[in-house]
Design a protein around this ligand. Structure first.
Ligand code: ACM
Length: 705
């Protein structure tokens, strides 16, 4: 009897956990049992910890969350901060068995119980406790009587041990304040690895005291000093995040050669800058085959001086980054620079190295020895994979099967062979994809394997900079963080979006600048005028998806000088996912299903607003070229909305459009799909759904180019 009851209770809690009921939680916990009742907060709210008195990670985090709640509720708590050893007759009790640093595989589980007695958070160590504190902060709610935490019992732990965000600070330099705000946001969504891509062709972004020429010649003055790196690492540590540095070798190395041309496979001199020199203002399509087969700046792997240098350099860097990992890049080396150098070809002959892939494997093996000597585990992008790769090297996947780049193995195959795998395929936030695509990432194996460590969102910065990177990464990375933390069976798209937009507001309140990035961009485009009408338009635009945006600019160097050109196209300041679009889609879906007048009114109001908006926008007198490129979208939205209104009339009259009417409408739809200003109108499918009287599915993926 008792067993039966337990099984039923387990099944109920399992089912409940798969259907989120608390809309403010992201990532959603593994098990949530909501109960009736509210724990109300007042000025007497206080906290205590039963924990190691020296646990600075725990105490700083408790104080951070405590003050976050204090700020949000303006209750002016009588207790102002939490000291070690405070007695435990408090409203928030925190019990932590032992102090711990963040390391991969540390127990991040916690339990949280909220009832009439107060709040109890328990964890086996500091890292689990701080994950639980973030959940507690997200539970805070408000009703007419004030602030409260709903009664609830939560048992939570992550699905994956590696939940990272990679930021490319090399293409466009991303300064320390922006990095810290990203760390704050990562903490909120329980991510635990910040991977900094510190060097690339365009810039060398970290100070070396042993080799100062690296930044003197390779950074245009924009780099992290070692003090700043220590600051970032310490800041991340207190938030349960490890910082993993990447020094991308042997390709992507132009900036190294500005100071050390003798290490290159082709003679210098070198300046930091993009690896590709695309034709100026070419109207011809980008020739990918030509780009892929062009020689690019690449380290000479045959020179012993290179390894002696790397040994010293990696030794210096190993002392700056306490995390157990170092990333050597190893991506996108096509070997052409090696084939073009007779001395390198001769070296290969002498050593019996039969092709450039084997030479790359030789280089990787030499670097493996160096990284290991400095007591770190090596990670590389998947091109470092080879049959002889030592089993303790982690492979970071980024290439999709069947795409135009050759994949270096399926995640489960690499894992089965014995190498750890980190998955970034399908998690590139610089591809401007809506969050639902990342959320359903099929590159994450359906079956878990101990060697699949987890994944990383990746934000490259060819067309992102300090002024827009927060809106590029957030809030969408919340959906990726949830995919990596929460159970795989949590997969309702609309529910995810509700929570994602709630998270977005939380992040804004906490100081992240993603919304400010957007609004500042709108003010700039409005040339000092009111931006209300512009926003009505940009709220339903999205950047051109995947690589079209970047490749479109490769032929236009004025829009792609990675250090200096301003990123001021419409497509540079808008979100890939807009709440207005999601709400509109939800309403269209509901209306087509129920034909209810309440939803019809909402849709009609929105269409009428878009119709009226165009003329208002035209009269607003804006001058900026980034705005001018968007004007065609405004007109198209107006025409499309007029067709949408007609569609509502048809539905009400029980009619459909005639073939003749459809000819005109097809033309409107076609024009509405054309990109302008590197942006696309993002509600075409929804209005088309009204026209066709059936909800059209969203794309599972967008074309790469
Ligand atoms: C990469 O995107 N080249 C790792």
């Amino acid at each position: 009897m008792k067993i039966k009851f337990l099984i039923i209770a387990f099944l109920i809690s399992f089912l409940l956990s798969a259907q989120p009921q608390l809309p403010s939680l992201m990532p959603y916990p593994k098990s949530v049992i909501a109960q009736d009742g509210k724990y109300r907060l007042n000025a007497s709210f206080n906290a205590s910890c039963v924990a190691d008195a020296k646990d600075d990670i725990l105490y700083s985090s408790v104080n951070r969350i405590f003050q976050g709640i204090n700020r949000k509720t303006s209750l002016y708590f009588k207790q102002q901060y939490i000291k070690p050893g405070t007695d435990s007759k408090t409203t928030l009790k925190i019990k932590v068995a032992k102090k711990s640093e963040m390391y991969r595989g540390v127990d991040e589980s916690y339990s949280l119980l909220v009832n009439a007695d107060g709040i109890l958070l328990e964890a086996s160590n500091s890292i689990g406790a701080i994950r639980g504190l973030e959940t507690l902060q997200q539970l805070l709610q408000k009703d007419n009587e004030g602030f409260y935490i709903p009664f609830v019992q939560i048992n939570d732990e992550p699905r994956y041990s590696w939940r990272g965000l990679m930021i490319d600070v090399a293409r466009h330099f991303i300064p320390i304040d922006v990095i810290k705000r990203n760390i704050d946001a990562m903490t909120t969504v329980k991510m635990n690895v910040l991977h900094l891509h510190l060097t690339d062709d365009e810039g060398f972004r970290i100070e070396s005291k042993l080799f100062p020429k690296l930044t003197e010649k390779g950074s245009n003055g924009k780099y992290f000093t070692q003090d700043q790196i220590r600051d970032i690492v310490g800041y991340a540590r207190l938030r349960g995040i490890m910082v993993v540095p990447e020094f991308d070798l042997p390709g992507h190395t132009r900036s190294w050669f500005a100071g050390y041309p003798e290490f290159a496979s082709a003679p210098g001199p070198y300046e930091p800058g993009p690896r590709f020199s695309a034709p100026v203002n070419s109207n011809e399509p980008i020739n990918i085959a030509a780009i892929m087969s062009a020689p690019t700046p690449t380290l000479d792997p045959t020179k012993e001086e290179v390894y002696a240098f790397m040994d010293k350099f990696f030794g210096e860097m190993a002392t700056l980054f306490p995390a157990a990992y170092m990333h050597i890049g190893a991506d996108e080396n096509n070997g052409v620079a090696w084939k073009n150098n007779p001395a390198i070809v001769n070296f290969m002959k002498q050593k019996g190295i039969k092709d450039v892939h084997e030479l790359q494997a030789y280089f990787v093996k030499r670097m493996y020895g160096i990284v290991k000597k400095h007591k770190k585990t090596m990670i590389g992008w998947e091109e470092l994979n080879s049959p002889d790769l030592p089993k303790d090297v982690a492979v970071q996947k980024w290439i999709a099967e069947g795409g135009f780049m050759k994949s270096n193995g399926k995640p489960l195959d690499i894992a089965a062979k014995g190498n750890p795998v980190i998955i970034s395929t399908g998690f590139y936030t610089d591809h401007f994809l809506p969050a639902y695509i990342h959320y359903q990432n099929q590159n994450l194996p359906a079956t878990d394997h101990p060697n699949i460590w987890g994944g990383e969102a990746a934000q490259w910065t060819e067309i992102a900079d300090a002024g827009n990177i927060e809106l590029r990464i957030w809030p969408r990375t919340g959906a990726i963080a949830e995919r990596l933390w929460s159970p795989a069976n949590l997969n309702n798209i609309e529910n995810m979006y509700d929570r994602l937009f709630s998270l977005s507001k939380q992040l804004d309140e906490q100081g992240l600048q993603h919304i400010s990035n957007y609004e500042r961009g709108l003010r700039r485009l409005s040339s000092g005028n009111e931006y209300y009408y512009l926003r009505n338009l940009t709220d339903v635009l999205a950047p051109v998806r995947v690589m079209k945006n970047l490749f479109g600019r490769l032929g236009n160097p004025t829009q792609l000088s990675n250090n200096s050109s301003p990123l001021v196209e419409g497509g540079d300041l808008i979100f890939p996912d807009s709440e207005v679009k999601r709400t509109f889609r939800k309403n269209v879906a509901k209306y087509l299903d129920k034909k209810d007048s309440e939803t019809e009114v909402l849709i009609k109001k929105q269409l009428e607003l878009w119709i009226a908006n165009h003329n208002a926008l035209m009269n607003a007198g804006m001058m900026h070229s980034g705005y001018a490129n968007l004007e065609a979208h405004s007109k198209n939205l107006q025409k499309l909305s007029e067709a949408g209104l007609k569609a509502l009339e048809k539905i009400n009259a029980g009619q459909t459009f005639t073939t003749e009417e459809m000819t005109g409408i097809q033309q409107i739809l076609k024009e509405a799909r054309v990109p302008h200003g590197n942006a696309e109108l993002d509600v075409v499918l929804e209005i088309e759904s009204l026209i066709k009287q059936t909800l059209l599915p969203e794309p599972k993926m967008y074309p790469f180019l």
